[in-house]
Each structure stands twice: as C-alpha cells, then as structure tokens.
Design a protein around this ligand. Structure first.
Ligand SMILES: *Cc1c(COP(=O)(O)O)cnc(C)c1O
Length: 393
C-alpha cells in the first residue's frame, strides 16, 4: 500500500463540481483582483473566526510581514518568538529589520513556553509572536497577560490553526493581529498562494488594508491619517476598485503588492464551508492513532479538549527517527520531518547577533519528531495499515 503524507487530489475530487463552477464564474467575470469573491470571503472568514475585520493578502509570510509593519515594528526592535516553527515566522521578523528573540518551547505542546517569556523581555521588546504549531493552540491567555503587563503587542501566527480554538474561542481572535496562510497543504488551503490577517482593531485594519496594495487610494489616505493623527473626512473611492478608480494613483504609504486573487477567494469560499467537518475528521483519525499505537519507542502527541488541537499534522516522536522513517518508507508510508533545524540554529542566524545557544527542548524535539500521513479522506483500511505498521517500527 502506498500512502502519501497528504493527498490533495482526493480532497479536490470531493468538491470538484462546486469549485470548477466557481472558477469558471470568475474567469467569465473578468474581475480577477479585489472583486466580489475577495470581499465576501473576507466577510465570511471574519464571521467564522469571530473578529470584526479580515484582510486577505498574497500569502502567510506576507501576512506576518504586513502585520509587523502595521504595528510599526522595525530596526532596533525585538520580537519574542518560538524556535520550533516554519522559517517564515522568524523570517518575517528579520525581514522588517527587527531581531527575533527565541524562547524555548514546552515539552508536551511544542508551543512557546509562556513561563520563559518574561526573562527574555528587554527595553527593545515590542511584540510577542506565538505560533499555534501543528494546529495546537498555545497558552494564549497567559501570553496576553504577559504582553499586557509589559505593554507589548501580540501577533498570532495561525498559519497552521484555521478552525482551532482555545477555551471555546477561535484562534485568530486573541492577538492585536493574527496571520493565516492558505498554502495548499494547510487545513484551509487554496490552489496557489493566499493569506489573511484578522483583527478587532479598526485602525490596524485600515493600515493593513493600505499596506497590502501600495498604500494608495481611500485606504491609503485613511491609514496615513490614522498614523499621523489627522482628523479629516476621506472621500470615498469611486468606480471600479482596481482599474478605473482615479484615486488609485495617489499614494500615502510605502506598502507592497500582496493580494489574494479572485480565483483563490472563490475556491476558499467553497472550502471554508467544509473546514469544520474536515477538522473533525482530522481529530477523529488522530485520536485513533494515539489510542491504538502502542510502542515503547514512540511517543504520540498529547490529546486535547475539543478543537484545541486540529492536527494540521500528526507529529509524533521516535527514539530512533531514522529507523522509524526507513521502515515506514519500505512499507509505502510517507513521512515528513517537522522541523529538523530549530530556527535559532538556522545557518542564516548563526554567527549573527541573533545566534543563541541551542534551546534545550526545541533542540531535543528537532532530533525526534516526524509526521505520518493525515488528511480527512484517509480510508479505514489505510488508517489500520498505518497503525499496524507503527507497531512494528
Ligand atoms: C505555512 C506557514 C507560514 C507561511 O505561510 P505561506 O503562505 O507559505 O507564506 C508561516 N508560519 C507558519 C507556522 C506556517 O506553517
């Protein structure tokens, strides 16, 4: 039996009719950028997360960069984050000119350890950037408490946590800003690149909206006024938002071009309706793995309450990872290593002032963790085969 880590084809087949129709509608409309689908999807996503505003962007990395820029974070600033994540998390901090300060993770959850944050705060610290890794909510209430005490911003990296909750509230509704990725492999993925920023702060929403499109037009002027404490009426944009709007060529901020396109938004509108049931399926399969895999050399992920873990990946630990992966490969089961190098140990940071000594827990995990196949469309036979094989590893 050959089982991929993730089979996107099966997912597409399950919604093909609906998706194909929506894509054709966009093609026929000739409105490819910032049209009705983007507008509606932003509304639907904000409602789903339970926030006032959602602003779509080109990808999850841009979401992080734009969020940090909107908070005015740059040279001389420090941002506290986790070493156990995808590179984009710390890359975004470095990209805006700030310094990532890595704080070790918790042994059980793999998430930023709140109890180690305070000792890393300096007079240059501006924000905390926690990641809800593998779809598990971090202890966000504790992080918010620390941020409040030290007057810091919180930006959530929710790229792996669409639909995840913490104490009954959706991830993405806690921080000053939260960032999502719709990269095809994420729990809510499109058929290209895509991202979203959510917030309850109307001023930050305006600034983010301006930054994603060259700081121009009505949004740009609004953002400019907010950032410079100017109170004046801003004239509404007229006509087509993208092509015939004369105010489009008046620029107020140095922003960038980072927009979700209409085709991706149309696809995501179809997929958002299925997200909860897909996540439930992920939880069901994962808990079956955890309950059934009984092997001394293997450590399964901690179970969680309700949707506090939505299993973006099913990541477990092996005393001998090499050997486990090789046996699984021989049996046709794909695996992936997340993540082999902690961010603070990446080549690009070593030797710079960012270099830290290995952080104990992240370093330990990076030598042990790997993912086995997990997606909602896995069959009962495949699940049993994976479990059986895991017993022999
Ligand atoms: C995927 C991911 C990102 C980046 O998203 P892209 O859309 O690929 O740019 C950022 N952070 C984390 C934790 C991710 O998993």
């Amino acid at each position: 039996m050959d089982i991929k880590l993730l089979d996107l084809k099966r997912n597409y087949e399950s919604i093909k009719e609906d998706v194909d129709k929506k894509i054709r509608e966009v093609l026929d409309s000739t409105q490819y950028i910032l049209g009705e689908n983007v507008k509606q999807f932003e509304k639907e996503f904000a409602e789903y997360i339970g926030v006032k505003h959602a602003v779509s962007v080109g990808n999850g990395t841009d979401a992080l960069i734009i969020a940090l820029k909107a908070l005015g974070i740059g040279h001389g600033d420090e941002v506290i984050t986790t070493p156990f994540s995808f590179f984009a998390t710390s890359e975004a901090i470095s990209y805006v000119g700030a310094k990532p300060v890595f704080v070790d993770v918790e042994r059980e959850s793999y998430n930023l350890d709140p109890e180690k944050i305070e000792q890393a705060i300096t007079e240059n610290t501006k924000a905390i950037l926690p990641v809800h890794i593998f779809g598990r909510s971090c202890k966000i209430d504790r992080i918010l408490e620390i941020a409040k005490k030290h007057n810091l911003y919180v930006v959530e990296d929710a790229a792996q946590a669409a639909g995840c909750e913490y104490k009954g509230k959706k991830i993405g509704s806690f921080g000053d800003l939260a960032c999502f990725s719709f990269f095809p492999t994420k729990n809510l993925g499109c058929y290209g690149d895509g991202g979203m920023i959510t917030t309850n702060n109307p001023k930050l929403e305006k600034v983010v909206r301006a930054l994603r499109a060259h700081g121009s037009g009505e949004n740009g002027q609004h953002a400019y006024n907010i950032l410079n404490n100017i109170e004046e009426e801003v004239e509404k944009d007229e006509g087509d938002n993208t092509v015939y709007n004369p105010k489009k060529y008046y620029n107020y901020l140095i922003g960038q071009n980072s927009r979700l396109d209409e085709i991706q938004a149309a696809i995501l509108r179809v997929k958002l309706k299925h997200l909860d049931s897909w996540n439930e399926k992920r939880i069901e399969i994962s808990e079956k793995y955890t309950d059934s895999i009984k092997n001394h050399g293997i450590r399964c992920p901690l179970k969680a309450n309700g949707k506090e873990m939505i299993y973006h990946l099913y990541v477990l630990e092996a005393d001998d990872r090499e050997k486990a992966i090789n046996i699984l490969r021989e049996k046709g089961i794909s695996t992936g290593v997340y993540y082999p190098v902690p961010l603070n140990m990446q080549k690009v940071y070593i030797g710079s002032e960012n270099f830290e000594n290995p952080l104990k827990v992240a370093d330990f995990l990076s030598k042990r963790t790997f993912a086995i196949p997990l997606f909602p469309e896995l069959t009962v036979e495949e699940i049993s085969y994976i479990i059986e094989t895991m017993q022999e590893v």
